[in-house]
Design a protein around this ligand. Structure first.
Ligand SMILES: [Zn+2]
Length: 237
């Protein structure tokens, strides 16, 4: 299929008080990337080691605390690990705005933080992660498409979507982000920030927020509506 996709089984580690999904993706050449290391760094490192891989990079779908709290532990193990996050979230997520004192402190701004923008390609090992800007749940929301797998963060869940009532949330932007995801091939596997996996096709058909949005779009603008039937060759990123 796609030789820049992940190289083997992607492992889910559910971490922290909010049951956040840290996804460990094998990337070839003995390397792995973690998407959203939200807490419990040691469990993430141990799981990667058990897979026989070295954790080479972390990618963040957004900056909320439950998606980033393992950063200090990961950097203690590997101070050079690149951390990929959109600038629009990096600018507030290492501040008091993202802390819950006295339970969780403000995290230091990591030295290895790298800004991600829409359309960027992040190579880890032999895999390429395509960054897709998905504002709405937070200003710097990002999805990562690698092969036929989408890491959707807190934008799209199985049968649900992310909240837009947090600081920086934007319901109109969320609608646009969801409609953008609806143009991905229906067979795309969706690995979200919370809960189990799903597919784009399934959410287009039955997601209580996305499905009505698509129906409304179809009746309003027949010719330009997203239709969930886009083939891989027509994929727009
Ligand atoms: Zn979130």
């Amino acid at each position: 299929m796609n030789d820049t996709g992940t190289k083997g089984k992607i492992t889910r580690i559910v971490v922290g008080a909010y049951g956040e999904n840290a996804w460990i993706a094998p990337c070839g050449s003995g390397l792995a990337a973690v998407v959203d290391p939200g807490d419990e760094a040691q469990r993430i490192l141990d799981a990667t080691e058990k897979m026989g891989l070295r954790l080479a990079a972390a990618l963040f779908t957004h900056g909320h605390l439950d998606h980033i709290a393992a950063i200090p532990g990961l950097l203690a193990a590997n101070p050079a690990m690149p951390l990929h996050m959109a600038a629009a979230d990096a600018e507030w997520c290492f501040s008091m705005q993202n802390a819950l004192p006295p339970y969780t402190p403000v995290l230091d701004v990591p030295k290895t933080l790298l800004p991600v923008a829409d359309g960027d390609e992040i190579r880890v090992g032999d895999a390429v992660f395509h960054a897709i800007a998905l504002p709405g749940h937070s200003p710097g929301g990002m999805g990562y498409l690698v092969g036929e797998v989408l890491f959707s963060g807190d934008t799209l869940f199985a049968a649900s979507i992310g909240r837009t009532d947090f600081h920086g949330g934007d319901p109109a932007a969320m609608e646009r982000s969801l409609l953008r995801l609806a143009r991905l091939p229906p067979e795309t596997l969706v690995l979200p920030g919370h809960g189990g996996p799903t597919t784009i096709g399934r959410e287009c058909r039955s997601n209580p927020w996305l499905a009505p949005l698509l129906r409304a779009g179809e009746s309003a603008k027949e010719s330009e509506s997203p239709n969930c039937q886009t083939s891989v060759g027509q994929l727009e990123l």
